[in-house]
Design a protein around this ligand. Structure first.
Ligand SMILES: Nc1nc2c(ncn2[C@@H]2O[C@H](COP(=O)(O)OP(=O)(O)OP(=O)(O)O)[C@@H](O)[C@H]2O)c(=O)[nH]1
Ligand SMILES: [Mg+2]
Length: 463
């Protein structure tokens, strides 16, 4: 089987597991600031659909490289037999606890894996690494050196010169900050260390690029469905009598129920998007992402993610919901001035009314007597923009996030910076037409839904 397989090896605590996690998109790989975290060699396959594209073997760091090299040199029978001597070393020390880590890391290499040797380019080079690199040369396996950057220092050139003595290919790769493009580029570069792997790795890179687009499409479909649900859901509350108190109470119950449903749908969309990007494990830590976790109906969310008053007016979003068709008509040929004026007026009203309170409310008589109150759908013109802004930011962060990161999801949006500013006006108007259609109680036909998804794909994965 010609599946590309790489052992990630090096000194303890240099980011080997971090590179494995990033390249295998697996956040279950154990990573920690303490040396000696990885104690066993373990293979992490990168799967796409049901196919394994390549495999990365995470390994413990070298512990006794000098002693191991001394053993190899004592058993040297010439360059042609060095690979065999490494295999003999493994046999001779299989149950020797002193060389447990050397045996773990060398076994996959002797079994045919390519070598990715990881160093930390933010720390100076030192001669203690030479025994490790020499042992790897003894294996005779195809190999490449990766300069990872763990902290702020820069000793790249010094490392390059030293690594160049042992490895024909040396690349800088930041396990934590590398973006998707850099990952793909690195994958293609792996092909250069063994020509038999060039074609499968190139295919793997192409497959991942195509899959990236599919992921954006699936995430967009999820967000589209969230918007559709939020703009069309209505809830009913039974009314035992038509007293003012009961009506007021039912009103509040209905609003709470409606909000709850939108929140739940939003949370399930978040989970789905994280799963799409292989980040299911991130859910529990989302609590640090203040603006994302902040209630969708909070004024904070409306400030950060909604359209500004001017944008709302110019987009025409406020018109249908708040003052009726007169504004629609007026906005048809809106000048900036006119739009701004109307926007300011509507914005003031929206603030007074409070986010999420602008929902349709109806009282219906029931066939068997009694009444019920229907609350919904929500007509607040800014709600879909708030939901969209939050969802887009989340999707972007999740899509960009490397699987080597173990800290909480941090959101860097500044309060008051309208996320929707990044959506160009023409696209905003297109989206607004769809939102209004939904708010008006009209279901989207399949092709209209697909058009909505297409607009969202362009926002998640702009080309
Ligand atoms: N900022 C930053 N930190 C990194 C990077 N790579 C690794 N680290 C951190 O360095 C520490 C060690 O990373 P690991 O991936 O566990 O290192 P390892 O080589 O597998 O370590 P052992 O298994 O103990 O040999 C962790 O705290 C990582 O978060 C990087 O590119 N940037
Ligand atoms: Mg490790």
């Amino acid at each position: 089987m010609n599946r590309p397989r790489f052992a990630i090896v090096g000194h303890p605590n240099k980011g080997k597991s971090s590179i494995v996690a990033t390249l295998a998109e697996d956040d279950a790989v154990a990573i920690s600031p303490h040396p000696g975290t990885t104690t066993q060699a373990r293979s992490y396959p990168m799967r796409l659909d049901d196919e394994v594209l390549y495999e990365l073997v995470d390994t413990p760091g070298f512990q006794r490289a000098r002693e191991a090299l001394a053993w190899l040199e004592a058993h040297d029978r010439g360059a042609g037999a060095r690979g065999a001597v490494v295999a003999e070393f493994l046999k001779a020390h299989a149950s020797d606890p002193r060389f447990h880590d050397e045996c773990e890391l060398l076994t996959p290499i002797v079994e045919g894996a390519g070598i990715l040797y990881v160093v930390d380019g933010s720390r100076p080079y030192g001669r203690q690494y030479e025994a490790e690199m020499e042992i790897l040369r003894w294996t005779g396996r195809p190999r490449m050196a990766l300069i990872n950057m763990i902290s702020a220092g820069d000793h790249i050139e010094q490392w390059r010169a030293a690594l160049g003595q042992y490895f024909s290919i040396v690349r800088v790769f930041d396990a934590v900050r590398a973006d998707f493009g850099q990952r793909i580029e690195l994958l293609r570069a792996f092909g250069a260390i063994d020509e038999r792997w060039a074609a499968p790795l190139n295919d793997a890179a192409n497959a991942l690029v195509a899959d990236r687009r599919r992921r954006a499409h699936r995430a967009a479909a999820e967000i589209a469905d969230l918007l559709i649900t939020a703009l069309t859901t209505a809830v009913t509350v039974p009314l035992a009598n038509l007293s003012v108190e009961r009506e007021t109470q039912a009103h509040a119950e209905g609003r709470a129920k409606l909000r709850d449903q939108v929140r739940r749908r939003e949370a399930s969309a978040r989970r789905a998007v994280q799963e799409i990007y292989h980040h299911s494990g991130l859910a529990a830590r989302e609590s640090a992402a203040a603006y994302l976790v902040e209630d969708v109906f909070s004024s904070q969310s409306f400030n950060v993610f909604g359209l500004s008053q001017v944008q709302l007016a110019l987009t025409g979003a406020a018109s249908g919901a708040v003052v009726g068709s007169a504004v629609d008509v007026a906005l048809g040929g809106a000048s900036l001035l006119l739009g701004a004026g109307i926007g300011a007026a509507l914005g003031a009203f929206g603030t007074l009314a409070g986010a999420g309170t602008l929902a349709k409310v109806r009282v219906l008589g029931l066939p068997l007597g009694g009444h019920e109150l229907t609350v919904g759908p929500i007509t607040d013109p800014n709600l879909p923009w708030v939901l969209l802004g939050r969802a887009l930011l989340h999707a972007k962060l999740v899509a960009e996030r490397n699987h080597s990161r173990r800290e909480e999801l941090v959101v860097e949006t500044q309060a008051g910076g309208h996320l929707a500013d990044t959506i160009e006006a023409a696209r905003r108007r297109k989206l607004d037409v769809m939102f209004r259609r939904l708010r008006g109680g009209r279901e989207l036909a399949a092709d209209e839904r697909e058009a909505l998804v297409t607009e969202l794909v362009a926002l998640i994965d702009p080309r």
